[in-house]
Design a protein around this ligand. Sequence first.
Ligand SMILES: [Zn+2]
Length: 448
Amino acid sequence: MSKIVLKNATVMTDSGFKQTQVLIDGPYIAKIDPNINDSAQVEIDCSGKLVLPGLIDAHVHFRQPGMEHKATIKTESAAAALGGVTSFMDMPNTSPATTTIEALHNKQALASNDSYVNYGFYLGASEHNLEEVKRVDPHEIAGIKIYMGSTTGNLLLDDDNALFKMFEAAPTLVATHCEDNGIINANTALAKEMYGDKIPFEMHHIIRNRDCCVKSSLLAIEAAKATNKRLHIMHLSSQEEVELLSQYAQGDIHNRQISAEVCIPHLFFNDTDYPRLKGFLKCNPAVKFERDRRALIQGLRKGIITTIGTDHAPHELAVKQSENYLNVASGLPSVQFSLNVIFELFKRKELSLEEGIKAATINVAERFGIEKRGLIKEGYFADIAIIDPRERYTVHQDDIASLCKWSPMLNQSFSCKVTHTIASGNLVVADSKLCSDSGNAMALRFNP
Ligand SMILES: [Zn+2]
């Protein structure tokens, strides 16, 4: 691993932007100083660019093992790297599901060979794996993921008694997907009665509505309180949930009992995008109204929502192209463009750049207890994204690195371009192209 110097760099540090230089030695940031005299093998001239901490995406579905026709750790971690995401935490709904320690270790082995960026995994809760959950080394996993009402087969924990037992057993933070199945099933039946097999895609957020999110989030909060566990509600999507969570937004990010994530689709799209994107916008929870999107942004600004993830969840093009709402699988890819979206929200004056980047970096590290990542700071791991804010960038088909080869961001024009990505001291992207082999990244370590 060579030394790298970032010259003429405008760096986002924990005390604001600084004009300086950064010396990277091995996996670490060795020095931040305007006068670095070191004969580093690699010099990167950062004039006119912004040097940011690499994003930590706590919510991706890279589909491996078992769904390699949709995505692989290699292809999706390449997409992550190209988008300035230097660490990911992958969800357990693979095949087999990550509900055993053996399945967890198999995934870690895959990632250590194939990943371009740092990696971590959740252990999934099922109705049969309470003992595995009790046995798992909490430093090895991002958290216990519970699907409370979602279409994910044997990972669903729909029974309140099983849910409370799972919270009780969790040795880490509990991350939940909160939607109530009863409400979804009733609304789906109604929509079928009204439209037959011609349900319009605009009905997605009427079927999976705010009530189903709020009801399930309330139950998760109740379980966390009853068992005194830390809860992170994933992909918040409604104004009502932001209001519900406002009372818990106190104290340091790691130790607060209840916290929440918002994902890129819910920050960037609203219901008016359904006629254009149809099945390509179908994800769970559903993208809702503009008032929800605005409430989510305000939730971030006020610290009610602490982290930004993507819920990157690719499916094959053919599955998403179907005109039949019921046949279209839920989930969309976004890991390659999350930094672009955050920068775009800043350019539109919806968020400050610091607010957006912190929520996708240091806040994630703090909430999940990830050591020495999420900041550009001496002694921290060198996880860095360099962007060029002078370059307008339009997403072309050829740019899409995800195996599925489609994106809801296709033809979207952004106000910056990611030019370089460094993960644990490895230069993986230079001049917006992959420039190293996979397999040099590190496993994330968690302090619950
Ligand atoms: Zn997800």
